[in-house]
Structures are given as structure tokens and as C-alpha cells.
Write a protein of this length. Structure first.
Length: 297
């Protein structure tokens, strides 16, 4: 029997968060809502930006289990930005590229399961960009960006594997795009295999009842739409719908590994050009002062 997301918005019972002693409130909340709570744990073996490109990562305040019969996982992951990717060339040679950094990153995450394996899709929210570009700790090759209709590009940068543009358009219908803008415009989103991820730039405040109300709404509304939109998807590059698999070229986006953050946004370009101008201006002024001092009586 196929389990679907309810179109209603079932609320988590947040009473324990306000009525229990602070030291036991989170555990009590988890038990009340049939979730497993972990204060800290190793990062789960998921795919995607946070779990494949944060090294030596761990999670905190993790709530996992099933909601409505489907995987539901919420927590905060922290790790060092870096990672690797292996690919096989047309000549059959396997090449592994990697990068490391010293930058630590912390992100809240939500994971829900879909029915079908899908191509790798990243929706990089513009609203949560950092000073020097994307907040996603994964250096995506920029030639995989796909522009969509309307003003969606003002809210998200969408990336999909080369050759899977039509598949991405099949998934990203106008009504799903509208829900993403309305319900998750400040969050990054990613689809990897049969899992749908949402990422926050900051740790989730799991003691706040408002967070759980929002997550319940996202699961019921956005999750339901993502599920219904993808339930009939199959990759015609592999043998048959029953395989429920995606071709090798569609499973992961290509990475650049030039830097831990390779998105050259206008803001980042402005800072680079401005910094260079200030440096050159400073050198010129310093030289002028030295010369003036040497020739002045």
C-alpha cells in the first residue's frame, strides 16, 4: 500500500516544550510525538550537500522517525567544509577530485522521503546567500544551472545534471515553484535519490514551538506536492519504471572543486572588484606620499 502525505496540516504536540522542565523538554516532546531524540550523534549516511561535503560532521538535537508513515528527520549538522567526488570519463578512467578547507559550517536540516528516485536537483535560495555567495557547502559547476519561467530565478538558482533539464522541468512545475517561494523561500532545497532536503543557514531552535508548526506545514503541504508531482517519474535512460533508478549521469551534479564556495554572484564580484580597487588606490596614495616626502624641502 502506498502511503501519501495528508493534505491536512497535522500539528506536532508542542505542549512538552512549554510545560516540561527545560532539561527534559526535548526528550518529552520526542516521546509525545513518537520520534527518536538524540542530543548528539554522528552525521547520518545521507547524500547531498550537507552530508557529502561537510567533513568530520556531527549532528545535534536530532529528531528522527516516521510521520504519516514516512521518514522524517530534523536536526542540526556541523562540519568542516570539504569533500570529494569520483567520476568515470568516457575512456573508462575514474577520476577523484576533492577539496578541503578550515571553515566550519552549521546548518539546520529537514529530510523527508519520496516514492521515486530522482535526478540530483539543487535549489539554492538567494534570500539566504552569504556575503561571498551561496551558503550551500558544495562547489557546483555553474554550467548546470537551469533558468525557469516567471520570477523564480529571483528566489532560487536551480541546478540539475547536464542532459536532465527536461526531467527537472517535469519535477519543478509552476505550482511547486510557487509553494517553494511561499513556504521555504529562506531555505535551500535539494533532491538526492528519493530524499527531499531543506537546509537552514543556522541551527534549528528545536525548543521553539513555532519551528515545529512550520515544519509540520512544510511536510504536509510542500511534501505532499513534491510527492504527487514525482510519483509517476521514471528515467527512460535506465531499464523500466520498476527499476526506480536514475542513470549514472543524473545521480550527482558535477562539482568544480576550485574552492569551497564557487558561486560568483554579483555581490561577490562587487566585493572582489572593490577590494582590488581599494588595494590599488592605497598603493598609489602611499607612493605619492613617499615621493612627495622625498622631494619636499
Amino acid at each position: 500500500m502506498t502511503i501519501v502525505y495528508s493534505q491536512a496540516v497535522p500539528q506536532f504536540d508542542t505542549t512538552p516544550l512549554t510545560s516540561s522542565p527545560p532539561e527534559t523538554a526535548l526528550q518529552a516532546f520526542a516521546e509525545t510525538n513518537a520520534l527518536h531524540y538524540e542530543t548528539s550523534a554522528p552525521a547520518p549516511a545521507y547524500g547531498g550537500a550537507l552530508f557529502e561535503y561537510l567533513e568530520n560532521a556531527s549532528v545535534s538535537d536530532r529528531f528522527s522517525g516516521e510521520v504519516g508513515g514516512r521518514l522524517f528527520d530534523v536536526g542540526t549538522v556541523t562540519g568542516t567544509v570539504g569533500g570529494s567526488q569520483s567520476r568515470t570519463t568516457s575512456g573508462g578512467v575514474q577520476i577523484t577530485s576533492s577539496f578541503t578547507s578550515t571553515r566550519r559550517a552549521t546548518h539546520g536540516y529537514l529530510v523527508i522521503r519520496l516514492d521515486r528516485a530522482l535526478p540530483h536537483i539543487v535549489l539554492d535560495a538567494t534570500q539566504n546567500d552569504r556575503t561571498f555567495g551561496s551558503s550551500i557547502p558544495m562547489p557546483i559547476a555553474q554550467d548546470q544551472r537551469l533558468s525557469l519561467e516567471g520570477d523564480f530565478d529571483n528566489h532560487f538558482r536551480l541546478y540539475c545534471p547536464t542532459g536532465y533539464e527536461r526531467d527537472a522541468l517535469y519535477v519543478m512545475t509552476p505550482d511547486l515553484m510557487a509553494l517553494l517561494i511561499d513556504d521555504a523561500g529562506d531555505l535551500d532545497a535539494e533532491i538526492v535519490d528519493d530524499l527531499f532536503y531543506l537546509y537552514s543557514n543556522d541551527a534549528f531552535d528545536v525548543a521553539d514551538p513555532a519551528l515545529w508548526q512550520r515544519l509540520a506545514s512544510i511536510r504536509a503541504v510542500l511534501g505532499a506536492k513534491a510527492l504527487s508531482q514525482t510519483e509517476n517519474y521514471s528515467d527512460d535512460r535506465v531499464a523500466g519504471r520498476a527499476a526506480n533508478a536514475v542513470g549514472e549521469d543524473g545521480r550527482r551534479l558535477r562539482q568544480t572543486f576550485i574552492a569551497a564556495d564557487s558561486s560568483m554572484t554579483p555581490r561577490r564580484l562587487l566585493f572582489i572588484v572593490g577590494g582590488a580597487f581599494v588595494l590599488i588606490f592605497g598603493v598609489v596614495i602611499t607612493g605619492f606620499v613617499l615621493i612627495w616626502g622625498a622631494i619636499s624641502p
